[in-house]
Ligand binder design. Structure first.
Ligand code: MRU
Length: 368
């Protein structure tokens, strides 16, 4: 891949056609699935065909865009057009509960179409406003990821202990496969590599769904970025070895004090980083911030099927756990702001006010 290109594509879109790369099949098979409507979008998100907070939001928005474009019987009144769009957006939001990007996208799309309805009496125009706005989100996500990559690489490149090159640890998949393109935490790593400042990236397996070994490892090999895969359980030992200059992860929902929901196991990495004095960064677009929450206490954590633990291949392979065992399988955890060094966003770096253990994200947003 040439410098500046965006890498693998989780989402292929042209007006009226949406295809999603079936991430359940990676890394062994590359299969794109056609999504014809919002119901197909809902199932693709729920079944993990597409995953990663920004990619979920965009896939959902575009699934409704293709439905709107290909409708055989178009709404004839403004009310009908708004009802068609808004009820489907409300349903899409229920597909997965933890990442806020989908709720943020749906709210913006509802507001945009409601505003448009004040200026026109033409129902067809409302659908066009919707499709344009959903398509704009696709482009905006790529631009915002590149900005995160550049801000993050500039910030982290100061941390090097080895001849100006850094080694970083990351978790889950936050790359091209989790976004419209480029990635968030993996975008930072990609930018470091493009600047010649990356020594090695260590990626965790990310049990039980293995987003790290299946998806991140695949992206890193595909892009020839120097990388090493580790078991989740090796992460603390790796951090104690002195080989890691920084930990960089993504986010599914960030409360306004900086508490961050991200893939299960992120909290473990943050605790080990804190213990070993290693900077711990969260890289995410502003669309991952939930300004309605003052802390992470009320973030809803998705719990997934016990089969992801009792059977191999994230629940699709042979049984590996004892029959009859009870299972607790949360898909995300909350890392307290106290353990986070800084949040790298598309609008710059959020740090904590002097002497504070938490972030003032509302203050940052007001200033940007
Ligand atoms: O369950 P997933 O694969 O959707 O979880 C993904 C993560 O937790 C990512 O770290 C997060 O969504 C950020 S992706 C840029």
């Amino acid at each position: 891949m040439a410098a500046g290109e965006v890498g693998l594509q989780a989402i292929r879109y042209s007006r009226g056609r949406l295809q999603l790369l079936d991430q359940r099949k990676l890394p062994l098979e590359t299969i794109y699935i056609d999504v014809y409507d919002s119901s197909g979008g809902w199932h693709a998100i729920q079944d993990m065909v597409v995953r990663g907070a920004p990619a979920i939001a965009i896939a959902a928005a575009l699934s409704l865009a293709v439905e709107a474009v290909n409708l055989e019987t178009k709404p004839t009144s403004l009310d009908e057009a708004l009802h068609f769009l808004h009820t489907r957006l409300d349903h899409l939001v229920t597909s997965r509960p933890t990442a806020v990007n989908l709720l943020d996208a749906a709210t913006k799309l509802k507001n945009k179409t409601s505003d448009a309805a004040l200026r026109t009496s033409n129902a067809a125009e409302i659908l066009v406003v919707y499709v344009d706005a959903a398509e704009a989100m696709l482009a905006a996500d790529i631009a915002s990821n590149k900005a995160i990559g550049d801000y993050g690489a500039d910030l982290i490149s100061g941390q090097s202990k080895r001849d100006g090159k850094l080694s970083v640890l990351t978790h889950c998949n936050t790359g091209s496969l989790a976004t419209a393109a480029y990635g968030t935490a993996l975008g930072v790593i990609r930018s470091l590599n493009l600047q010649g400042k990356l020594n090695t990236v260590y990626c965790t397996e990310t049990r039980p769904f293995n987003q790290g070994s299946r998806l991140t490892a695949y992206e890193l090999v595909y892009e020839k970025i120097p990388a090493v895969l580790i078991a989740d359980s090796a992460a603390a030992a790796l951090q104690s070895s002195g080989k890691i200059d920084a930990v960089v992860v993504g986010a599914d929902r960030i409360a306004s004090n900086g508490d961050t929901a991200n893939k299960i196991g992120t909290y473990n990495l943050a605790l080990a980083a804190f213990h070993h004095g290693i900077p711990f960064y969260v890289a995410a677009p502003l669309t991952s911030i939930d300004t309605a929450l003052s802390s992470g206490d009320s973030i809803v954590i998705e719990e997934r099927s016990s089969k992801e633990l009792t059977h191999s291949h994230a629940g699709h392979g042979p049984q590996v756990a004892a029959s009859g065992i009870s299972v607790w399988n949360p898909a995300f955890d909350i890392t307290p702001a106290k353990l986070i060094t800084a949040i790298i966003t598309d609008k710059g770096i959020i740090t904590k006010p002097e002497g504070s253990l938490v972030f003032d994200i509302l203050g940052f947003l007001n200033a940007h």
